[in-house]
Design a protein around this ligand. Sequence first.
Ligand code: PEP
Ligand code: MG
Length: 554
Amino acid sequence: MNTSNKPAGTLYQGTSASRGIAFGRISFLHRLSSVPQRNPVQDVDAECARFEKARLHAISQLGSLYEVSIEKLGEQNAVLFQIHQMMLDDPDYVSSISNYIRKEKCNAEYAVHEIAKRFEKQFLAMDNDYMQGRAADIIDVSRRINEILMMHAGNIKAKSVTLGIDGPVILATDDLAPSETVQLDPETVSGIITSKGSTRSHTVIFARTMAIPAIVCLGNQLTPDLEGRNAIIDGATGVIIVDPDKETIQEYLERKRTDDAQQAHLEMYRGSQTVTRSGRKINLFANVSSLSDLDLVLASDAEGIGLFRSEFIYLQESDFPTEDHQFKIYKKLLEGMKGKKVIIRTLDIGADKTVDYFMLKHEDNPAMGLRAIRLCLYNKQVFKTQLRAMIRASVYGKLGIMVPMITTVDEVRECRRMIDDVKAALRSQGIAYSDDIEFGIMVETPAAAIISDELAPYVDFFSIGTNDLTQFTLAVDRQNAELTNYLNPYHHAVTRLIEMTVKNAHAAGVWVGVCGELASDEKFTAKLIQLGIDELSVIPSSILRLRARIASIG
Ligand code: PEP
Ligand code: MG
């Protein structure tokens, strides 16, 4: 911890999570964690009506949030607010609160809090990750109602529909759930600082996509006395300066201007090829998780989509998405990219991404459990439906199919066999598909890298998922904030696996990309190119920066 009282202000060091410089007042995310006071009420009907009014207000807030989020972050994220609306309409939840108010003759805030706790406990006791995940949602929606109740009572000031803050602020909190991150309005929240968090969590990936500077893992440096203090955060270095003096503000304004100027400079790389100084061509593709990211991809000047995380289609549904539903999404994606390559990753459900209709059993180690391709081969009908939707859509552009979490040759053979069967069935039904579909796998387990020579004959490409490859090679849970220092993608073990994969791939005429977060790490770009990587797939906002970086490499 660095808290020296230099004239520049007080410095804190965290872990860089999303680059960029931000200025603002520090504002803690108030989650109303304190228990509301229990107050006796005489008129229980009036109190129930108060609750009802707040509930309807909350539902309408969530409706606005849903609309805004579709625009900002795509439907797969926005759907969370529809789930929250459904929770607030749940008759069991609503009547439990009214009954509590009547029985206990107490205030609505207290009743909401007590019932929320009861539901939370029930959700947590369920033997299903998805339902356990709903425990946080019930607390979230109940908190929303209580904020509204307090606002109506004049106990707290009116709040904005985002996270109840007036901007621009630097949002401080212990950790942010992905559901909270999608609520952020970059106009209001100029930066994020958290005491916990992990740089490779989906929350951080969202923050980067939204171009919000973020610093995580500040630990106990993030103390309540920072509330309301002016601060500068530098997302690239992980430095926070609290109460900066005028000179420091000037210095960082200058840095930000330089950053902005660099951004403007990057514009000259728009429309050009991605080549090294010696003329080596690298394919620079984008990572996306929803159809609504398409605009971002087109604006970024990416040369294709290297990773479409298709599981987000499943995450937003309450039942298995039909073939037609998926077909329409893949078709729009391929059409939108106008002939540029689109690599769709097959379902990667399991681990931190679960949905209740899969009825997944509780697992002690879900990241190493029945997930991704294992789940698809276990539930072949689901996989077949997805393959049919993709293959049908292939006539609308240039499709690549990519399978995650491969560990054996048998899995790859089985996938190919299923793809052949789907094509044969389509043929016999007179349904068109392209003859030019590439097939590849993610190399994100040490096993896949080590047997990449055996896997290569069965694929057109490998895409190295350095997020999981690092996690599994180093035996470090990527979700565990405490282990951030151990989660080192530069570790020689990881580099050697990448090297081995590229050599084996090239020997078999197979191209290799990297689609994990390491792909956008400029410090490692030269190394990846030296190792022989053919493609990099990164978040859209990194495309031009990386093209410029590659142009500077010999
Ligand atoms: C990876 O593991 O590197 C990857 C790209 O996949 P995800 O982050 O979705 O697990
Ligand atoms: Mg992965």
